[in-house]
Design a protein around this ligand. Sequence first.
Ligand SMILES: C[S@@+](CC[C@H](N)C(=O)[O-])C[C@H]1O[C@@H](n2cnc3c(N)ncnc32)[C@H](O)[C@@H]1O
Length: 443
Amino acid sequence: MSDKYDKILQTRLESYIKDDKDYWSFRGKAAREHAHAYFQYPAMMVPQMQGQLMSIMKEVVPNIKKVLDPFVGSGTSMTEAMLQDFDFVGQDVNPFAYLLCKVKSGPFFINKIDSKVQLINERIDRYKSLKIEANFAGLNKWFQPNVSIELSQIKKAIKNESSTWARRFFWIALAETIRLTSNCRTSTFKLHIRPKEEIEKRNISAKNTFKDILYRNIDRFSKIYELLCQKKLLRNGHYKRQIDLNIGNTAAEIINGEESDLLITSPPYGDNRTTVPYGQYSYLPLQWIPSCDITPKLAATYLKTTSEIDRQSLGGIQKDAISKSRYLCNVSSTFERAMNKLENDPLDCQARLASFCTDIDSSIKVITDSLKPNSYMIWILGNRRIANKNIPLDTILSELLTEKGAKLIANLKRKILNKRSANKNNTTSTIGSESILVFRKTA
Ligand SMILES: C[S@@+](CC[C@H](N)C(=O)[O-])C[C@H]1O[C@@H](n2cnc3c(N)ncnc32)[C@H](O)[C@@H]1O
């Protein structure tokens, strides 16, 4: 029976490229709307593409109920899964991603939000205290004194809100405010300070920025509310299916992921430090958001340094990575060749690839264990360069998955426009490509 679905899926997925070979690039059809646009998280997936992939799966394969994304990031897959009436399990190592997903998962108390916004705005206007509500090394480097004071007054106003769901909604608006008002450049994902002259010339109000973002997000909140209502997916303001979100390292375990029916995920392309530093990007907002409003059980260590979250992410620990990865050469000849290609480059190049691939291999084991037999998996990922050499991660991933008994059903290519770089000081615009790999767990 599963073979029959494999064939139908393959034909269906490949049919779109017959008329338009760039179909899966979703050029000009990738606008981020409603909940997808609350916060500018790095490397977000195209919502329309994920939505379409899920709807094809739903049409072709019977009984898909629970969708899993173990690298959930901003929760693009979650919102799309909600719009298709699925249960959803999401996990990310970054507490900020978890908070953002929490907000996007609801509740959707549309009748209460306006009065709460009015109340918080009144408080923000009223508070004049000069007390700074954050305390971390680098505070004065990353924030001008007037910005810190205004952020503190906003923080105090949010803390005085009584409902956790509303506070979380406001924390996301504050996080976006921090992104736009700190001294960090917005053109890169890393913490890069703006030039001194630019900081001195800047005249920016955190309070006005926050209010603009809040009104914008309320509008987006109303839009997702309307969509969920139209589809009859809300009960008393709550999404009527199950959503389970967790902070965790997917290379070690997936909390509550068992018995999932479909995987859709876009894992990182490499170690965060040298690709996209999701943790570093979230560092400043996380310094202002009380951890108890993210989740009461959050370990206190996640802000130990600016790179702690990235260290806990895939490929984050490079000690002994090369020796630990040796077994992969027997599983993936492409991995072996890639390691050989890096032989004469600085040692950390091999270590970075080795550590990342060992972690992704552990994640594959954990993920496939979570899925029901014959479940489909959609992996979206691109290739990367190390020491100016192309590393075919899609082929490595395919080989690792095949070794664990997965069957490749389709391999679709898509073009992506990279607007930012993790490392450079200026905005770059390059065309890269990604693969959409569809597998079935056979064992
Ligand atoms: C490409 S992003 C996902 C983006 C997401 N598809 C979206 O649309 O926002 C990859 C995510 O994997 C997370 N991540 C990295 N290592 C992880 C690990 N070991 N366990 C769980 N999540 C991890 C990062 O924090 C990041 O949010």
